[in-house]
Design a protein around this ligand. Structure first.
Ligand SMILES: [Zn+2]
Length: 231
């Protein structure tokens, strides 16, 4: 009997516990720190088989020699790291003193993601807006959370929801909005080959959804941000 590889053991464990492990799901509670290296080794062998099947000579082509391992490391440590790594630490500070901040906060976060369907890059920006609740987190944490959500296989519609949910968790804010503008490699490099196609998705909660003044302020802020840092 051949020994089971680690990825098979982990898949069986998640299945038996009813844990979903779709491309956009975080499975960090199933991955011990020492597991990553094992998984990278397994993925390297699997990518070697893919390259062989594609009839790419990875023995004599110097550019293809280390490609299988580069791909394996890139998936685990970079483009899909948000599946395997736990949530970034977002220590919250109280915002309940007499001079508490009551205005709207809008943070612009650069995003790099990947579509689940074709594993092509999704490149864009997320604008995260909220009315501060009793907690505040450091400004860079918004971007860290957004990037952690993005570094998975995603659909842009899901990504906006994921970021909104995680920001709500970290800040306790009930009034928030997430607006994402992104281009999709799968539209640019294949299929319709439309190089300038831009997709926008919006998630609005609380006052951002129900109060037209708050909603307008959010989109006015986005316009100001875009004038300052157009993309
Ligand atoms: Zn795609």
């Amino acid at each position: 009997m051949t020994e089971k590889n680690l990825s098979q053991v982990l898949r069986e464990q998640m299945k038996s516990e009813g844990k979903r492990f779709w491309a956009g799901d975080n499975i960090s509670e199933y991955i011990a720190p020492s597991d990553k290296e094992h998984l990278i080794n397994e993925a390297t062998e699997a990518f070697e088989q893919v390259l062989d099947t594609l009839l790419i000579d990875r023995e004599t082509d110097p550019n293809s020699k280390g490609t299988a391992r580069r791909l394996a490391k890139m998936y685990f440590n970079e483009i899909m790291a948000g599946r395997y790594d736990p949530a970034p630490d977002a220590t919250a500070f109280p915002n309940d003193s007499a001079d508490r901040y009551e205005g709207m906060l809008v943070v612009r976060s650069e995003l790099r993601s990947m579509c689940s369907h074709h594993h092509q890059p999704v490149t864009g920006v997320a604008y995260i807006g909220l009315i501060a609740a009793e907690k505040l987190i450091g400004l860079s944490k918004y971007t860290r959370i957004a990037q952690w959500c993005a570094r998975r296989g995603t659909l842009q519609e899901e990504l906006a929801n994921d970021i909104a949910r995680e920001i709500e968790k970290a800040t306790g804010a009930k009034d928030l909005g997430v607006y994402i503008q992104a281009t999709h490699g799968c539209c640019e490099n294949r299929g319709i080959m439309a190089h300038s196609s831009l997709t926008q998705t919006t998630v609005l909660k609380g006052a951002f959804k129900n109060d037209s003044g708050t909603k307008k302020e959010f989109f006015d802020n986005i316009k100001l941000q875009q004038e300052f840092a157009p993309r």
